[in-house]
Ligand binder design. Structure first.
Ligand SMILES: *Cc1c(COP(=O)(O)O)cnc(C)c1O
Length: 447
């Protein structure tokens, strides 16, 4: 595949973009990264702290419904949240594999095990479905904000929601979260899936009564087709992964919850004890929303990095080229094809790349084979299985401390050896535990 003219010029001028075009792993430090105080005011015009608090309150209201519909949330009273788990054995395994020390405390944020959808999409996707359901029910006079939302699990409400359709374009996991939660309320759900979507994810959706439409093209096409089909039906609502503020808010709520978990585990976060977070990125919504929330809570004491496949670094390109949603991995001669199906988006979200452009610290790219290497290490060291896409997170702690080009970021932001030794590094496990056993066996044969 040929480079476009603009990509050729940028690849010659910028080292990280040169690496991208040459299909080498790289680190891109964000030259537009700014102290949070300088960014806060402008950002909050688009997404404010009140918006995030409103989303958190909505999820609180829905807890009785979630508990009623999803018995696995009985124990948490309808709260869908994942453990934050220290992974010292994985830390040692990474040190051995990379031949360098990984300082601080390494933790795994296990969205791979989130109730209902077993991926980070259980945050944004389910939130948006619930919000849409609430909007419809309120408008029809079938619900009041002060009601016990367990009433939404009744047959009459199911019939009410069944008049409406929700549609979404997905590489897999977003479809699963929208499909499962939409069907739980009673909605008809149509999921438009790209060629990268795994067969087992399609099968699982169909088993939930979801209509799956398949395209031989990439993700952007699936989204475009879904948007078109939905716009043509007045009773249909489209969950727009490339533009949705509600999805973003669902992800952002994670930050306040993480703050509580860190406090409960006695882990300090301040200038002397920074938090470093590594999140795999597809279209950018999940890592973008989580990052946005984390910056609101921890400001400059949190450093957020996105991780993407070498052949599909769309969010990195959206930021680094300044072309936002117009950036495309094909312009850099890349196929966009990757084993990390959850990250296979050729173009990023314009909404997220604009909103987070001064907040994200940088992006790493990682080769597909390493995803399996990380998967095997984690499996052997901690007996935890997460899907290849989410294993991209591990490039962060491994590379930040070894690659020469990451040194500049560390030096510029006071991340000295002493401070790093007191840091907490979190790899965000964005998906995994819904993978069928047969598929795990296939995955593990690559490790
Ligand atoms: C969707 C997904 C991501 C990234 O989320 P985006 O919103 O597409 O950036 C990362 N990992 C997994 C497993 C996912 O399913």
């Amino acid at each position: 595949m040929e480079l476009s003219d603009y990509a050729r010029a940028l690849a010659a001028a910028n080292q990280a973009l040169g690496d991208i075009a040459a299909r080498r792993e790289t680190f891109w430090g964000n030259p537009k990264y700014l102290p949070f105080d300088l960014v806060k005011g402008v950002c909050s015009l688009t997404v404010s702290q009140e918006d995030i608090a409103d989303a958190a309150a909505r999820l609180e209201r829905f807890r009785p419904f979630i508990q009623a519909r999803f018995p696995e949330t009985e124990e948490t009273g309808g709260l869908i949240e994942s453990p934050l788990r220290p992974i010292p054995a994985m830390q040692r395994a990474l040190e051995d594999a990379w031949g360098c020390p990984i300082p601080g405390r390494l933790c795994l944020k296990m969205d791979s095990h989130l109730a209902v959808a077993r991926s980070v999409k259980a945050r944004g996707g389910i939130y948006e479905v619930l919000k849409h359901g609430e909007d419809l029910a309120l408008a029809a006079g079938k619900l009041r904000l002060t009601d016990d939302y367990a009433c939404l699990a009744g047959d009459d409400m199911r019939d009410f929601f069944h008049q409406y359709t929700i549609q979404v374009g997905s590489t897999g996991n977003l479809g699963l979260s929208i499909g499962i939660s939409g069907a739980a309320l009673g909605f008809q759900v149509k999921v438009h899936m790209s060629a990268d979507a795994k067969q087992w994810k399609k099968d699982l959706l169909r088993a939930h009564g979801v209509q799956v439409l398949e395209y031989r093209d990439d993700y952007s096409r699936a989204v475009a087709e879904g948007r078109k089909a939905s716009d043509a039906d007045p009773n249909s609502y489209f969950v727009d992964d490339e533009r949705s503020k509600d999805l973003f808010l669902g992800y952002a709520v994670a930050a306040g919850r993480l703050e509580v978990q860190l406090r409960q585990q006695g882990i300090p976060v301040d200038a002397e004890h920074p938090l470093l977070v590594y999140i795999p990125a597809g279209v950018g919504g999940a890592p973008g929303g989580v990052t946005y929330g984390l910056k609101q809570v921890f400001g400059d004491n949190v450093h957020c990095f996105f991780t993407e496949p070498v052949l599909c670094p769309s969010v990195l390109l959206g930021f680094a080229t300044g072309r936002y949603e117009k950036a495309n991995v094909h312009d850099f001669g890349l196929s966009g094809q990757t084993e990390a199906d959850g990250l296979a988006c050729a173009s990023p979200s314009g909404f997220v790349t604009r909103l987070d452009e001064n907040l994200v610290s940088g992006c790493f790219t990682v080769r597909d084979q390493r995803l399996y290497d990380f998967m095997g290490l984690l499996h052997r060291a901690e007996d935890i299985l997460i899907e290849p896409s989410s294993c991209a997170a591990f490039i962060g702690p491994a590379a930040l401390n070894t690659w020469l080009r990451c040194q500049q970021y560390r030096e510029a932001h006071g991340l000295t050896d002493r401070v790093m030794a007191q840091s907490t590094q979190i790899c965000w496990a964005t998906g995994g535990s819904l993978v069928p056993d047969k598929i795990w066996a296939q995955y593990l044969s690559h490790c």
